[in-house]
Design a protein around this ligand. Structure first.
Ligand SMILES: [Fe+2]
Length: 186
């Protein structure tokens, strides 16, 4: 049965393995092999970035993407593992170029999928579906406080990563859902 405590314990134990990233990937793959159990425990009815575990060497988030939502390019500066338990998360990858970024590929992830991202990965994320997407994101470090970068989606200007701005993006995506949720005025 899935629980946040069990997931955290298994990920922390993986930090002691020789192949930490491979071990974390295995933990996540096992968790999302029963995506319904994860969805039942975490919930994904509202876009959010919820911190499940946070320490200097490990951060675990429940990331819920609102329908149609896109988050602009950003980096992490630490390895990351993403596991999908509901819906779909489309990743676009980038490389730096003078004055901005260039696209270097993409990956569509669906429930049950797990991927590892390297320390230097730059990506943007889109939920292409009309339902919420639920994902567990695991980072090999202090995701909350590590200084890193984000890029303006229009100008591609590199800026310091701003977690509060990211949270506002989630709030805005939820707000965009409100009229649909409340239905037409009568
Ligand atoms: Fe990310």
């Amino acid at each position: 049965m899935f629980s946040i405590d069990d997931l955290t314990g298994r990920c922390r134990a993986a930090l002691g393995e020789g192949d930490v990233r491979g071990a974390v990937k295995e933990v996540l793959a096992r968790a999302v092999s029963d995506p319904g159990a994860v969805a039942g425990a975490l919930g994904h009815e509202r876009g959010e970035l919820a911190v499940l575990h946070h320490s200097p060497d490990l951060t675990i988030l429940n990331v819920v993407w609102a329908p149609g939502m896109t988050l602009y390019p950003h980096d992490h500066r630490m390895w990351a593992a993403i596991a999908i338990y509901a819906g779909q998360e489309d990743n676009t990858f980038y490389r730096r170029r003078p004055g901005g970024l260039k696209t270097s590929g993409g990956k569509e992830l669906r429930d049950g999928d797990v991927i590892l991202l390297g320390d230097d990965t730059i990506h943007s994320v889109t939920n292409p579906r009309r339902q919420f997407t639920g994902a567990i994101h695991v980072y090999g470090g202090d995701f909350i406080n590590e200084p890193r970068s984000q890029w303006d989606p229009v100008t591609q200007e590199e800026q310091p990563y701003d977690l509060e701005q990211v949270r506002r993006e989630f709030a805005r995506a939820n707000g965009a859902r409100e009229p649909e949720r409340s239905g037409p005025a009568s």
